[in-house]
Design a protein. Structure first.
Length: 217
């Protein structure tokens, strides 16, 4: 049996380009777009509150850049606007384990092929380019839409950490999900099939559904 290997490196500040989404290192140039895409109720389950101004968001972006997590802006290639953000978190190259977190997909891209491709680009980069073995998704256990999204994207539910965190004055039980490297080839093929431009009509509506959630464990 081959011994497990560490990942090649932590993610570097590179651009990841797809058919519909482009991920680029977040910076102050994205603040105006991201502020326009901010909807207060969509911050219900995030660590932060909705920004009150572009300046506040610029300060938040600068503070995040100095921390351990690595944020990217999610660009809708149709409009060229930053419509969301996501981050590499819990980055452990020595264990080949990494998390997608800090996800905010604004209303223009939520539940669209842009958001799905943004997730796919992270997963593909982690597994194929950097050699990670484990790709995590975590959320508040009360966040039913996030848990449903994780399953739809092909993550496997692993359990709940009870009273894991205190967020915005509330106790959080954290639901854990993951994709591991042995599951990735089948998931990658299904994502590539679904994301093919041939799978969408002239209005961008899917012809067939993403079947990642039914992949075998």
């Amino acid at each position: 049996m081959t011994a497990p290997q560490p990942a090649r490196s932590a993610p570097q500040p590179v651009v990841l380009d797809g058919h519909y989404a482009r991920l680029e290192p977040i910076g102050p140039q994205h603040a105006a777009d991201l502020f326009a895409a901010s909807v207060p109720e969509r911050y219900r389950w995030l660590f932060s509150h909705a920004p009150q101004s572009i300046g506040e968001l610029q300060a938040r972006i600068a503070a995040d850049a100095a921390g351990p997590n690595r944020y990217v802006a999610v660009i809708d290639k149709t409009t060229g606007r930053a419509e969301g953000q996501q981050a590499w978190m819990r980055i452990f190259p020595e264990h080949a384990s990494i998390e997608i977190g800090g996800v905010y997909w604004g209303p223009a891209i939520a539940r669209t092929r842009v958001a799905s491709e943004a997730l796919f680009l992270f997963a593909r980069h982690a597994f194929d380019d950097l050699g990670y073995r484990r790709f995590e998704w975590k959320c508040n256990n009360r966040n039913a839409p996030s848990k449903a999204a994780a399953l739809r994207f092909g993550f496997q539910f692993e359990g709940v950490f009870r009273q894991d965190l205190i967020i915005k004055g509330e106790s959080r039980d954290t639901a854990w999900f993951s994709i591991i490297d042995g599951e990735w080839p089948a998931l990658r093929a299904e994502y590539e099939r679904w994301l093919s431009p041939d799978n969408f009509d002239a209005d961008g509506l899917q012809r067939t559904r993403l079947d990642a959630g039914s992949r075998p464990t």
